[in-house]
Design a protein around this ligand. Structure first.
Ligand code: NAP
Length: 265
């Protein structure tokens, strides 16, 4: 069996991950798609195959448990696939005060957003080096400041950004491209999973899901360490990075509180 070089996209059943799959497929990459909901992944694989591209591998897997990355590697090996590009996109946030959200929900978020991303990156690094491929980690503009009211989520994305920038430097000599994509607010499944209620609205002019993912793809291929898609998000990120925390923290806390459904804390 000849080796199948794939772009491995986590969190490909909804939101940005679906767009990543479409964009990578349109640029000629063979794909492996991972998330928990198999039916959504199969439908996306059918859609891509229907456009005349190779049908992506579909691997339905919960990435949060510690053994998941190894199981994913075994599934890819059984399919004769090796990873040329890794897109660590699966992730979620929880809106609520640290003291009000259940401890196990918050540590499970760290398991997915940080631990699984780190483990997958380390596990597939030899593949990425062998193919001189690329690593695209999805952070957020939330990575640029602490976020009271969504504290663990913001901290998890600061971790992703920091790790990715460091790896961009470490892996440069090996010819592996490494980028952190820092999206701003995009309407996806993210808001309902975060408990933000149905009234969430994106600021005018903010990058769409497709524009966000196109910027991520172009930035990765151009070897850009940090990609913030679109001028509105760039302005938001700059504000978060440079406004003194003494000023920004109460504003961010108020904004997160407003995004909670009425009646919740
Ligand atoms: N939307 C935004 O405003 C925004 C802004 C900045 C950054 N981001 C980041 O962008 C990334 C994608 O988010 P999104 O907006 O596309 O959210 P989304 O629509 O909720 O999609 C999240 C994806 O992650 C998968 N996933 C969740 N838990 C998983 C688990 N335990 N194991 C495997 N897969 C899992 C989901 O699939 P299953 O449920 O089928 O497992 C889904 O495919 C996340 O890292 C998020 O933090 C989003």
């Amino acid at each position: 069996m000849s080796e199948r070089k794939v772009a491995l996209i986590t969190g490909a059943s909804e939101g940005l991950g679906v767009e990543f799959a479409r964009v990578f497929a349109a640029r000629g990459h063979d794909l492996a798609l991972v998330a928990r909901r198999q039916d959504k992944l199969e439908a996306l694989a059918d859609e891509i195959a229907g456009r005349g591209r190779p049908r992506p591998l579909v691997i339905a897997l919960d990435l949060a448990p510690p053994e998941a990355p190894q199981r994913l590697r075994e599934a890819l090996a059984a399919a004769g696939a090796s990873v040329e590009y890794l897109v660590n996109n699966a992730g979620y946030g929880l809106n609520g005060a640290f003291a009000d959200l259940p401890a196990e929900d918050q540590t499970a978020m760290v398991d997915l957003n940080c631990r699984a991303l780190t483990a997958l990156t380390r596990l597939f690094l030899p593949d990425l080096e062998r193919h001189r491929g690329g690593l695209l980690n999805v952070a957020s503009i939330a990575a640029f400041a602490p976020g009271p009211g969504m504290a663990v989520y913001y901290a998890s994305k600061a971790y992703v950004l920091s790790l990715t920038e460091a790896l961009a430097e470490e892996l440069r000599p090996a010819g592996v491209r490494v980028s952190a994509l820092c999206p701003g607010p995009v309407l996806t499944g993210f808001q309902s999973r975060a408990g933000m209620g149905g009234s969430f609205q994106t600021p005018p002019g903010v990058a769409s899901a497709r524009e966000t993912v196109e910027a991520g793809y172009a930035g990765l291929m151009a070897g850009r360490r940090v990609v913030v898609p679109g001028v509105v998000n760039q302005a938001l990120a700059a504000g978060m990075a440079w406004i003194p925390h003494g000023i920004s923290l109460p504003q961010l806390a108020a904004r997160q509180a407003k995004r909670r459904p009425q009646g919740s804390k």
